[in-house]
Design a protein around this ligand. Structure first.
Ligand SMILES: [Ca+2]
Ligand SMILES: [Ca+2]
Length: 85
């Protein structure tokens, strides 16, 4: 009985993780828009600077995906500067 309960709980946990990982409204069109104002701008740069350094588990500011919020992520912002597509 405990074994079955563990399997059910593991299933719920996996489902919750999948839901958490799924971007809202399908594919994220503008991952560089960190503050959600539908454009890549100075506010997003401030958010990167505010989270500068090694990433905790969840780190949307790490746009380059190297586990650290650093100058490379600023370059990602600059390359996507302006209104989101
Ligand atoms: Ca923004
Ligand atoms: Ca990075």
């Amino acid at each position: 009985m405990t074994h079955i309960r563990r399997i059910v709980m593991a299933g719920f946990a996996a489902g919750a993780l999948l839901l958490a990982a799924a971007p809202v409204g399908g594919a994220a069109p503008c991952p560089e828009d960190l503050n959600g104002d539908n454009e890549v701008g100075f506010g997003d740069v401030l958010q990167v600077i505010a989270n500068w350094g090694p990433c905790p588990e969840i780190c949307p500011e790490d746009l380059s995906g190297n586990g650290v919020v650093d100058f490379a992520d600023i370059l990602f912002l600059i390359s996507a500067w302006g209104p989101c597509p």
